[in-house]
Design a protein around this ligand. Sequence first.
Ligand SMILES: [Zn+2]
Length: 299
Amino acid sequence: MSLRSEPGLVNVPGWEPYPWLLAGFSTREGGVSTAYAAGGPPEQNLGYTPQEDPLQVTTMRLRLADALVQLRPAAHAAGVRPYLVTVRQCHSGRVCRVERSQLPLTNEDGSAILEGDGLYTGDTNLLLGVLTADCVPVLVADKRTHAVAAFHAGWRGTVERIVERGVEALRKQFDCRPQDLIAAIGPSIGPCCFEIGAEVREKFEAQFDYGCELVPEVAGSPHESARRGSDSDGRVHLNLWEANRHQLLDAGLRPAAITVIGECTACARLPDGRRKYFSHRAEQGFTGRMLSLIGAVAL
Ligand SMILES: [Zn+2]
């Protein structure tokens, strides 16, 4: 296997000490997809998008899962083959519990059966996955019970407080304690590029008492609109990373337990100038998907 075709993967810094924990965020690199490559090297599109060959997506998903296992020597040595579960995403605040007894949880074409925007489980040898191309993937794990969760938080899911709901579900279902939880906020559209209109801004300000803090300030400007990053049309930039970090803190996680990867899917570039991630906004909807995965293995 050539080095170029290795699945591009962003690991969570600081999660190395957990041999039972598989977790990572895919990038555009590696893979065999030419659908959005524009003549460049093949890419890793992990979504069953209209332009993509579904068999290739399934192959690339399995390779990404294998790559995660290989990063954990004990899991690799044990021959662990975790089962991937995804969810039919609908920009909601709904989180779904997954149990091994429910498998396969997919249709014959590989598409997901569960509908919602978050998955959580207390079972091992499952990989929970959410698909994104600008929206925020959030991964959560419990160091004590080994329960895990994955959330898809676009602006709608963030307003629906999907991450807070998800942590609440972990507490209720598995007696998780917030002080035992670790979380990672993955590559997604950053405050640098996420421009919103007045309607979305009002939703955030109505829903969160810290809503106005999510609109980054432009330092030194005397005008209220400019100070809050607004242009003449009232459009502002929204910080979805901070919005979801705030929800994790409100759910009781310690600040040091939350890792923000901090890479923007709309503007991060590889050294050769190609896009590092698929970006729905930057590519006007014609693009692939990243897959963010988390699972616990029984060792
Ligand atoms: Zn950006």
